[in-house]
Design a protein around this ligand. Structure first.
Ligand SMILES: Cc1cc2nc3c(=O)[nH]c(=O)nc-3n(C[C@H](O)[C@H](O)[C@H](O)COP(=O)(O)OP(=O)(O)OC[C@H]3O[C@@H](n4cnc5c(N)ncnc54)[C@H](O)[C@@H]3O)c2cc1C
Length: 439
């Protein structure tokens, strides 16, 4: 293996699973329930917790294990998910709705912080801040302008770091400065998924794994769900399948949702432990890092501060995890050449989901509730969305939720499988990045 970038114990599964692999939930599928939730990630589990606390009987079903999807695979970077540019929203939705959307993005972050603290979830949560690294001088200028607007709109503290001062935040000269958003955090995502599962179970929700929902049909006043483990009758259904709304075998629990979600694979590697002192040099503030590039990288220290966890869109083609690891490792060395001798111990991937209008959505189609559309940034937002979808389903929301939108766009002929178009989009984005900064 000499010369290989991979460690002796290299594994193609999330680093997070070493400490908190999604656990089996040996619950039998009941014949009926009041509310069936399809998808056992943050969205489904938060909806289950809220519904149980409102007194509803709830069963959460997952095709794999509870928490198996993006929720136990993410980078674990926590923010409300608000992008710096939101100026287009008033023209599309009106000033009032646009303001409600911005407010809702902002609320997602404290919702999650309070859930973690209030439920006593041990998930290595730290409010560490995030550094958004500018890929070009123009990106820095535009970040600066939008950061001011964002701070004024939301009251969230942000500050700019010039290229000259960059090494105080990040041990590289690759970027042209950046922005620090202090009201952001980090956590161990698989521990959070386990934590939410524990809380849902303790609240009385039934968690049923290995139950792939193949169809949801009207049955009198309720619904009949066909699953790989048998039939389930439910008075109400919430589908929370996000980036897995179309499974690899083509199964779609709710085709309406699958036809509005564009699943995109995001890849991550973890390094073996760094030599003493190197982390202090590379990530002195121990913050999360993201880039302004279109095909962006995101990276962070592991919760124990010993490894780098590095993610990005390694490929828009469906390649192997090993190939993706080689690509990400190359990008990592470009930013931190000091990591040349440090090997990759884990690589994995998971699906995020983009909607055609770039927004998360909750709603109801043919009587079936749904929530989805994380836009790659859903640790807080999807938890918040699940909670709000539950309030809507229970009929107790004080007002219409900002992302309960009348229109949920799709595209003609789009069937939930973007495989034929993503490589073209990927190449286009790479070209745009290259045109802005060749090399
Ligand atoms: C590699 C990666 C890195 C990320 N990094 C970050 C980050 O740093 N910060 C951030 O905020 N967000 C990040 N995200 C996004 C975040 O992880 C997701 O937005 C969030 O976890 C979505 O939660 P969810 O419950 O909606 O979906 P998921 O956790 O994906 O759960 C959906 C579940 O639905 C199940 N399912 C699908 N179809 C069926 C069916 N027919 N029957 C039964 N079950 C079904 C699946 O098995 C799956 O477990 C990342 C995502 C990935 C993949």
């Amino acid at each position: 293996m000499s010369g290989s970038i991979f460690s002796q114990d290299y594994r193609e599964q999330p680093y997070w699973w070493d400490a908190a692999e999604p656990a089996p939930t040996p619950t039998d599928l009941p014949a009926r329930t009041a509310v069936a939730i399809v998808g056992g990630g943050y969205t489904g589990l938060n909806a289950a917790i809220t519904l149980r606390r409102l007194g509803h009987e709830v069963i959460v079903l997952d095709a794999e294990r509870i928490g198996w999807g993006a929720s136990s695979r993410s980078g674990g970077m926590v923010s409300g998910g608000l992008r710096t540019k939101v100026d287009h929203l008033p023209a599309l939705f009106g000033a009032e709705r646009a303001a409600a959307m911005v407010a809702s993005f902002v609320q997602a972050f404290p919702y999650l912080e309070q859930a973690i603290a209030g439920e006593g979830i041990d998930c290595d949560y730290v409010r560490c801040g995030r550094f958004i690294a500018a890929w070009t001088p123009q990106h820095y200028a535009s970040l600066d302008a939008s950061a001011r607007q964002l701070a004024a709109r939301t009251g969230m503290p942000v500050r700019m770091v010039t290229r000259a001062a960059q090494r105080s935040a990040l041990g590289t000269d690759v970027y042209h400065g950046g922005m620090i958003a202090d009201a952001t955090g980090s956590l161990q995502p698989a521990k959070l998924a386990r934590g939410f599962a524990r809380v849902a179970q303790a609240a009385g929700a039934g968690l049923v794994d290995r139950a792939r929902v193949t169809s949801i049909r009207r049955d009198g006043a309720g619904f009949r769900l066909s699953t790989s483990r048998g039939e389930l009758r439910a008075d109400a259904v919430l589908v929370a399948t996000n980036g897995y709304s179309r499974l690899p075998d083509g199964t779609k629990a709710l085709p309406y949702l699958a036809h509005r979600m564009v699943p995109v694979a995001s890849h991550i590697i973890a390094t073996e432990e760094l030599p003493d002192g190197l982390m202090d040099k590379l990530l002195p503030g121990r913050r999360m890092v993201g880039e302004t590039k279109r095909v962006m990288n995101y990276y962070r220290p592991s919760p124990d501060g010993k490894r780098i966890v590095w993610g990005g869109r390694a490929s828009f083609f469906s390649g192997s995890s090993r190939d993706a690891a080689i690509t990400l490792h190359g990008r990592m060395l470009r930013v931190f050449p000091e990591l040349a001798g440090v090997k990759v111990s884990h690589s994995w991937q998971g699906n995020v989901s983009f909607s055609f209008d770039g927004l998360p959505h909750i709603g109801v189609h043919d009587g079936v509730h749904y929530a989805g559309g994380c836009q790659g940034n859903g640790v807080a937002m999807m938890s918040w969305l699940g909670h709000n979808a539950a309030l809507k389903l229970a009929g107790v929301a004080d007002e219409r939720f900002a992302f309960d939108l009348e229109h949920f766009p799709t595209r003609p002929l789009y069937n939930g499988n973007p495989a034929w178009v993503l490589p073209w989009i990927g190449n286009y984005y790479r070209l745009r990045d290259w045109m802005e900064r060749p090399g």
